[in-house]
Design a binder for this molecule. Sequence first.
Ligand code: AMP
Length: 181
Amino acid sequence: MLSSKEKQIIQTAIRDIHDFPEPGIVFKDITTLLNNADAYATLMQHLKQRYETYNLDFVAGIDARGFIFGSALAQMLHLGFVPIRKKGKLPHDTVSESYDLEYGSDEVEIHIDAFRGIKNAKILLIDDLIATGGTAEAAVKLIQKSHGECVEACFILGLDFLDGQQKIQELTRVYTLIGID
Ligand code: AMP
């Protein structure tokens, strides 16, 4: 469990940007956590401690901020890292999954050989924030389609006034460090 001191260090290092990228949205800016060595280390040490007993095979991160935390964590756990990217960015053959946005839809992709042929590879999925859960839901489905087992989906922040976390709980275990009311 995250101690109240750790929670406070991490939470106060994340900056709110009002009306970005559009009016009415409070954007959670994690760049002020990343450039704060103590806060970044507090977060990563917590994640390392939590996940070192999970017997994972890979950490998968969601485009783009999930790459930062995911690849750092993978390295700390001596695991491989797998990027789940927005459509059209991965150069080799891919498996894809589309999901609905408020207007229209989007798609995420993973390389067909991302899990190096390991059947039922144990995967930790990570992103910075879960809002509606659409992106994370597609990412979990992509892992499952690729014959991976998504052991847990981890988010630094969760918008508790949206039902994203409940949606993902139907597919896998969810760990959110800090809930936002
Ligand atoms: P969703 O699919 O609605 O759960 O949106 C999650 C994705 O959008 C994550 O990759 C987040 O990085 C990004 N995101 C959504 N809302 C915010 C927000 N208020 N602040 C920062 N990032 C956000």
